[in-house]
Design a protein around this ligand. Structure first.
Ligand SMILES: Nc1ncnc2c1ncn2[C@@H]1O[C@H](COP(=O)(O)OP(=O)(O)OP(=O)(O)O)[C@@H](O)[C@H]1O
Ligand SMILES: [Mg+2]
Length: 286
């Protein structure tokens, strides 16, 4: 992960105001210029994200999204760090497994299917609620839904967008392995700014669930004779946009994957809404 950036004094003060003092910091991740800590004190825990250099603008945008979205009990504080070019935000710490973690027993030995299925329905409904409120998350992945006792909380809203909010010119479709073909094409053509869509998000949602089941990305790169690690994201998007990579044929949970497959292979306009996907999954027989 590399050495974490300095922890801003103002973020510490904000954390202590919520959690009590002293707070203990646990390093969670540090990627692409954004560091995340869990800060825990006698009265609770928060997540602190600090964006330095390339991550500063992205972290600043996430704070702006969280302010605009106005979820109660989510964003607690944000600011421009005292370190030049840094930005930080403090959010409530959400306790519970990610969608990917809920599926761990399924991937291991097809255990825990009922829990995984109901978590999937919950995730789809959370995305449906988000879409109903006019927002697109734009970076769904197995780690970005946390299943708490009080429902699903979505994380990492750096790229989230609603009509009327300035789309960001840096948006590259979220995780490349889960980008919808039409979005991959729009990005590669160089249309700017690229606006996310609910239909592309449903593709990412289905791809997320597929990956949760199989532990592999939905597309079978080896079958297409390509190694995604050797390709630039733009090259990978060219393959995805051209639908040159077949869907993985591994099918450990046919009844579930039979619902996801048409979402991943079908035309954009034929995709279900997130709410419809939730209803289809709710009917999967155990
Ligand atoms: N509020 C929170 N509650 C619980 N866990 C959190 C919270 N915020 C972040 N995390 C944990 O930290 C990880 C990284 O956070 P996040 O995805 O927001 O950061 P990122 O650096 O932008 O990640 P990415 O690699 O997706 O760009 C999450 O996957 C999750 O495990
Ligand atoms: Mg993330």
């Amino acid at each position: 992960m590399g050495e974490f950036p300095p922890f801003p004094a103002a973020a510490r003060a904000a954390g202590e105001a919520v959690c009590g003092a002293p707070i203990e910091l646990t390093e969670i991740s540090y990627r692409r210029g954004a560091a995340v800590w869990k800060a825990a004190g006698p009265e609770g825990a928060v997540a602190v994200k600090v964006g330095d250099d390339e991550g500063a603008a992205v972290t600043q945008r996430e704070a702006a999204v969280l302010k605009a979205i106005g979820w109660p009990d989510y964003l607690l504080a944000s600011g421009e760090g005292e370190e030049a070019g840094a930005a930080w935000l403090v959010t409530r710490w959400f306790t519970g497994p990610s969608t990917g973690q809920v599926f761990a027993p399924v991937r291991r030995d097809m255990d825990g299917k009922a829990g995984a299925l109901s978590a999937s329905v919950d995730l789809c409904r959370a995305v449906a609620d988000l879409h109903a409120s006019g927002w697109i998350h734009s970076d769904l992945q197995p780690a970005h839904g946390i299943h708490t006792d009080h429902g699903v909380r979505l994380l990492d809203l750096s790229w989230s967008w609603r009509r009327g909010l300035e789309p960001t010119s840096d948006f590259r479709g979220g995780l490349t392995h889960l980008v919808a073909p039409e979005l991959a094409a729009a990005i590669n053509i160089g249309i700017q700014p690229v606006t996310p869509s609910a239909a592309a998000e449903v593709y990412a949602l289905a791809g997320t669930l597929w990956t949760c089941i199989t532990g592999r990305w939905p597309l079978d790169y080896a079958a297409a004779g390509i190694d995604p690690v050797q390709l630039t994201p733009a090259n990978l998007r060219t393959h995805i946009a051209g639908r040159r990579v077949p869907l993985d044929t591994a099918s450990p949970w046919p009844a579930f994957q039979d619902i996801l497959r048409p979402v991943l292979l079908g035309r954009t306009g034929d995709r279900p809404t997130a709410a419809e996907l939730a209803e289809s999954l709710a009917k999967v027989a155990m």
